[in-house]
Design a protein around this ligand. Sequence first.
Ligand SMILES: Cc1cc2nc3c(=O)[nH]c(=O)nc-3n(C[C@H](O)[C@H](O)[C@H](O)COP(=O)(O)OP(=O)(O)OC[C@H]3O[C@@H](n4cnc5c(N)ncnc54)[C@H](O)[C@@H]3O)c2cc1C
Length: 579
Amino acid sequence: MADRQLHKFDAVVIGSGLAGLRAAVSLSREYNTAVVTKVFPTRSHSGAAQGGIAASLGNIDDDNWEYHMFDTVKGSDYLGDQDAIEILVRQAPDVVYDLEHLGVPFSRTKDGLIAQRKFGGHTLNFGEKAALRACYSSDYTGHVLLHTLYENSLKNHIRFFSEFDVLDLIIEDDVCKGCVAWDIRNGGLHVFHARAVVMGTGGYGRAFKITSNAHANTGDGLGLVLRNGLPLQDLEFVQFHPTGLWKQGILVTEGARGEGGYLKNRDGERFMERYTPTLMELAPRDVVARSMQTEIDEGRGIDGKDYIHLDITHLGKERIMERLPQIHDLAFNFSGIDCFKEPIPIQPTAHYSMGGIPVDNGCHVVKNGKLERITGLYAAGECSCVSVHGANRLGTNSLLEATTFGRIAGRSARADLSNIDFSDLPKNPRARAQAEVDWFLKANGSRKVADIRADLQETMTARCGVFRNEADLKKQLDHVRELQEMFKEISIDDKGKVMNSDLMEAIELGHLLEFSEVIVSGALGRRESRGAHFRKDFPKRDDDNWLKHTLAWRKPGGGVEFDWRPVIITRFQPMERKY
Ligand SMILES: Cc1cc2nc3c(=O)[nH]c(=O)nc-3n(C[C@H](O)[C@H](O)[C@H](O)COP(=O)(O)OP(=O)(O)OC[C@H]3O[C@@H](n4cnc5c(N)ncnc54)[C@H](O)[C@@H]3O)c2cc1C
């Protein structure tokens, strides 16, 4: 192997979203650190986040971490692990001030404090009234956070390998020794030999047709973990955000409702009055998405079609341009709507992945329900499941999770690195990745990657979406397995090695097909409704049988194997979740 394709770093971070960069900034204070990322760092999906990052700063109202904890536990439909949630909400103010000190230009109150706004499910005094808890920077919050962390990464001399697609992890005897990545621009496989590997590979919205997620959000990290014999946790919980632009899925931030926007059906009725009269449009996302879908399914969508109106006309031009300028541009550019004068057509959109790679509270990747670790492997952000969101995530808790647990992953790895030496690489660390690439570059079958992907996305949305039932899920499980078979008969037209997007899309589809089977199997197995997972045939939450996390492994011969892990409950006992 040519030397230029073998790299040695103390720590390698996979992914340059907020979780990856926050971990890398922390690690780089002491250790030689590299970030390997398949898109240019500032193009990571974190940059698309609009609404805000939660922290009980109490700059405007009388807030504290216990209220934040209660809301997060309740929002999770009691599936969140309360020890992890406590870490999240207690560290939140410090994390936000830390980001401020790194240079994030937050919006300000008149007195110069960090401004805060309302977001769904966040309340004061254990549900009494809506809290102003989301810190924001206009509606470009993720953008400014990501750019600030990237600038800090450059300042700390972190080495970036941009447009490198990680195809495999190097794990032997429960020790992670690095990863193998394909150089997208020049072709060729590179080996990264490391003492610590942090995964921050983001979410998996691209398994669905209507999604707010970037094209790169194909859940590669999940595929990498599965093929290395490790489990995934709670994958059946997929959040559908109520307000995606109709037909496109592009997100209209919940901030639009936080600022006072209304949801209306074909009769111009603010229908949330019938579902959650207290919180109205600011009920948690799963509740609003289901209410909207019910309106649509019962024929009260606009003109009887599959969309609803989000009306912000009454906020006025000045407030919209100050607080929601991006929404104005997105509605205009993608739907041709002038939101000063007309309501915006919207529908639920696959938005966030609550499940992911199971980790302990120090972000160490674990291999089973006993929380036994893989040495030198960490995960944080949306690809991981720690689990602070349980069955449903509250808006603004995810930027918080990515930055809080990104920092924790970096700190854990720093602490561990004093005791972890470089271990020898296996003889041919890239053998499996090489075989995969060789197979793809020779693939000359009759199927097209784009067709299989479109089919998967369409059927996942139809049969494993906002509402689920046994018959549809069974059908979809068989279908995903059929698609996996079809995938063996694909052809790749571009046989070259340089900038081969055909090859990249095929690799991504491989991941989508693998973990979609886990999503559907998990949804089929969980015979209850909790948070974002709603079974029409089992509409009630069932704490006696299902107050537990799902762990799922891919069986060597195909199919999914399950185990379960208890939920950690410390302060708040499960109650009925009324809003
Ligand atoms: C439109 C939108 C708006 C949102 N708004 C908010 C909000 O206002 N508040 C909030 O709290 N949350 C919000 N979220 C959620 C939040 O933005 C994300 O959960 C969070 O930013 C995820 O960060 P991350 O670092 O885990 O992943 P990402 O930012 O998605 O980064 C993933 C990284 O992994 C890399 N990667 C993936 N696969 C590979 C591979 N095989 N090889 C190499 N690199 C790889 C990618 O290149 C990328 O750099 C929003 C999400 C969306 C989609």
